[in-house]
Write a protein that binds this ligand. Structure first.
Ligand code: WT7
Length: 698
């Protein structure tokens, strides 16, 4: 399963320096631990579990599961009988037992340089407990769902951990999503409360988050699902101009005093503040709610398999799926992967550039790092603001040792050459990581040679929202690296490659990437639809968890993930389903039918190329094109904005009426080699589409 010997040819090795202190210092050690993790998971994870606090111990075997739909319902249970609280493990233990009270948990770096805050473990614990008490006072109970729609601020971590402390289930919605998307997610998970902020800046662009939140809540009301409470953090607005009109918060919930905010570095005098409409029936001010509230709060002890959080990810049928993770397995898995894959050491300063609104931020900004008592940078801004050196400026400012980002960010910065990187020293860096999509070898080389100066191993971590944590990844001091390969499985993970008929392929091969057994951090269900969970991941090949990715294994046993083989697109490391974008387009009155495909893009990985068939009598023009673009942005969010829209009087279809996306992908890329088109009902359609291709992005 794991090669006996590490590969020798064309590989890069981790630094000797790192090997001295690493948790897993050699390939042999990796191999030994891996074998133990699959041969004797009870003992392997039992040892890991000793580092955590359990209110009650688990009974029976460590993992109990059924991965075979033909044998009954799919289930995964980890550490049944045990009870714990993750917030207690992440904060109280670090403060009280591990003597990390004064250690920095987060260096918050705002959108604009100079805007910064530092939060220690002690302060984080106090703030979380206080806010947990606020949630309790609002009637939030164990098991209730709470929706969080916030920018990258410390309070986002506070809100999520406050939920965890009282056993409530957070459902974080990335602040780049639209009001419509937020509403859809609130309704699907039946959230009782929304936590948001007034607004934030992305570079120079003001995002009026509260306006979007209000719009979402109105849509919820329209759908017959009124949400009773909305807590708003004042991140940008200052009293009194920030609150418009007569709708200021009532006197019993006054907003905080300006002086305090100034001291906290919050007030940005030079930038306009957002408009904050206020609905006294529903809205509550974060700071006002905190006044006089105790900073002590008993944690709610939760069973291992109690829900921890829901996070939505695109589904190939269009409707997003609420991926559900549970308490114990997720905690152990994110803590262990973080420790081993980034080789965490006590004096590290770690920085993951992802947004907490995605799984990368959940697992590797909040849960994994805090479980290890790590110090992290929490960055609100953009890699290009105020200039393209910002990332490296931050690396030097905080002496970042472990840095984790996405191939799309690397490709973006690569375009500007080496000088903006070399303007800063980066001598603190030890390990570099990447996640989100396959990294092209050119970007890998640049990351390795220029950013890391050939000193830092690159951990190319393959995983998914569903897997909870890394599943294929090198370990920085143990696994020789090959540019573009996520290399080998993490502990407890058993990958296989299947052909179309579901047979396991041995040796060098290419096919469907699947997993044969669960690991602690794998998702447990799709919230509200266990049937959808089973049909999406377990139906195609009974006995296996199907990732939806294609994968090649080379002669050394290394895995090379080749990308999605379902109707999903990966735009800048974010998954989108073609169906989701198509349904946003056809909701426009002018559109009869739409088909969306991915077209390779040098920075984003893939861009969205949309074919639209208009209703009879409607003229295609630039105005309509702009409207369609806006429509998709409003329905889904800016990440789904079409790059190309082509008027398609006809779409290539099979005789049975199925759209042949394969041909549309060829048209989008202007590739004339079409392969077998015998099933095509009308071949003149294809020629017409080639003639009217869009050459420039809209
Ligand atoms: C999909 C999961 C996991 C956090 C970010 C995305 C692709 C992710 C890699 C990688 C090749 C990768 C896959 C996967 N992907 N990391 N290192 N190499 N492909 O989470 O939105 O759930 O997307 O991202 O296609 O299935 P997600």
């Amino acid at each position: 399963m794991i090669p006996d010997k590490p590969p020798q040819d064309n590989v890069f090795h981790g630094s000797e320096e790192l090997k001295k202190e690493a948790h897993v210092p050699s390939f042999d050690k990796y191999r030994e631990l891996y074998m133990k993790s699959v041969d004797n998971p009870d003992e392997f994870w039992g040892d890991v579990a000793k580092d955590f606090f359990w209110k009650t111990k688990h009974t029976g075997q460590f993992l109990d599961y059924n991965f075979d739909v033909t044998k009954g319902e799919i289930y995964i249970k980890c550490m049944e009988g045990a009870s714990t609280n993750i917030c207690y493990n992440l904060l109280d233990r670090n403060v009280h037992e591990k003597k990390l009270a004064d250690k920095v948990a987060f260096f918050w770096e705002g959108n604009d340089p100079g805007d910064e805050l530092t939060v220690t473990y002690r302060e984080l614990l106090q703030r979380v407990c206080q806010f947990a008490n606020v949630l309790k006072a609002q009637g939030v109970k164990k098991g209730d769902r709470v929706s969080i729609y916030m920018p990258m601020v410390v309070e986002l971590v506070v809100a999520m951990l406050a939920c965890v402390r009282i056993g409530a289930v957070h459902s974080i919605v990335f602040a780049g999503f639209s009001a419509e998307s937020l509403c859809e997610r609130i309704v699907d998970s039946q959230c009782c409360l929304l936590i948001t902020a007034d607004g934030f800046y992305r570079g120079d662009k003001l995002i009026n988050l509260k306006l979007l939140a209000d719009e979402a809540l109105q849509k919820c009301r329209d759908k017959g699902f009124p949400v009773g409470r909305c807590i708003m953090l004042k991140h940008l607005s200052k009293e009194p101009e920030g609150i418009v009109g007569s709708q200021s918060p009532p006197a019993k919930r006054p907003c905080p005093d300006l002086q305090q905010e100034k001291q906290a570095g919050r007030v940005k005098k030079t930038r306009p503040v957002p408009k904050v409409p206020w609905n006294p029936e529903v809205d509550l001010c974060w700071d006002a709610l905190l006044r006089g509230v105790s900073d002590e709060c008993e944690p709610e002890w939760c069973d291992s398999e109690d829900p921890l959080f829901i996070l939505y990810t695109s589904g190939s049928t269009g409707k997003p799926k609420g991926v559900l993770h549970t308490v114990s397995g997720y905690m152990l898995y994110t803590a262990t992967t973080f420790k081993v894959v980034f080789d965490h050491q006590p004096d590290d300063v770690y920085w993951c550039t992802a947004d907490i609104g995605w799984i990368t931020g959940h697992s590797y900004i909040t849960y994994g790092p805090l479980a290890n008592g790590a110090t992290s940078v929490l960055f609100e801004g953009l890699p290009t603001h105020p200039d393209v050196s910002r990332m490296w400026e931050i690396v030097d400012k905080y002496n970042v040792t472990k840095f984790y980002t996405a191939p799309t960010a690397i490709r973006l910065l690569m375009k500007f050459g080496n000088e903006p990187v070399q303007r800063y020293k980066r001598s603190s860096l030890k390990v570099l990581g990447t996640v989100g999509e396959p990294i092209n070898p050119e970007a890998w080389q640049w990351y390795y040679n220029v950013v890391g100066e050939k000193r830092c191993p690159i951990v190319d971590t393959f995983w998914q929202t569903e897997t909870g944590g890394h599943v294929l990844t090198p370990l920085p001091a143990a696994t020789p690296m090959k540019p573009g390969s996520a290399t080998l499985p993490f502990f407890g993970v058993v990958p296989a490659i299947l052909n179309e008929s579901g047979e396991e392929l041995e040796g060098p091969s290419e096919g469907y990437l699947v997993f044969k057994q669960p690991w602690p951090g794998v998702m447990r269900t799709v919230y509200g639809s266990h049937e959808r969970f089973e049909s999406t991941y377990f139906k195609k090949f009974p006995g296996y968890y199907v990732t939806g990715d294609g994968c090649r294994r080379d002669k050394d046993g290394y895995f090379w993930v080749t990308g999605r083989i379902d109707d999903m697109l990966n735009v800048s490391g974010h998954l989108l389903s073609t169906a989701e974008v198509e349904s946003a387009l056809v909701e426009h009155e002018a559109v009869a039918e739409a088909a969306v495909v991915g077209r390779p893009h040098p920075v984003k990985g893939e861009s969205l190329y949309c074919f639209v068939t208009l209703n009879d009598g409607v003229m295609y023009n630039s105005e309509l094109e702009a409207e369609l673009k806006k429509q998709v942005r409003e329905k889904i969010g800016a990440i789904a904005t079409p790059d190309y829209i082509q008027n398609a009087p006809g779409l290539p279809k099979t005789r049975s009426g199925k759209i042949m996306r394969r041909l549309l992908r060829k048209i989008a890329c202007d590739e004339r080699e079409l392969g077998d088109i015998s099933t095509l009902a009308d071949s003149t359609v294809v020629e017409q589409l080639f003639q009217n291709r869009c050459c420039t992005a809209v």
